[in-house]
Design a protein around this ligand. Sequence first.
Ligand SMILES: [Zn+2]
Length: 79
Amino acid sequence: MRIVQWSKVDARWYLGVLCRKCEAPILFALDHSEGEAKPARAEKLLLTCSRAECGHKADYTTAKVSRFQKSSRAQNEAT
Ligand SMILES: [Zn+2]
């Protein structure tokens, strides 16, 4: 099974947090609720920033979880 589908327009929503260092979105889960339900909280959320130049690793268990769409320019819209 392959899960790599980045070549097409990805209109799905993802749950993510903003990196504490560079504030880039870190996506960690697919949002199956399509934006209707509240994001489920993970018990322990240890994430590493996906930007190679950052790579900051932190505990985001208590961080605010937001929704992101890969097809949009999430890095430009995140303020
Ligand atoms: Zn970062």
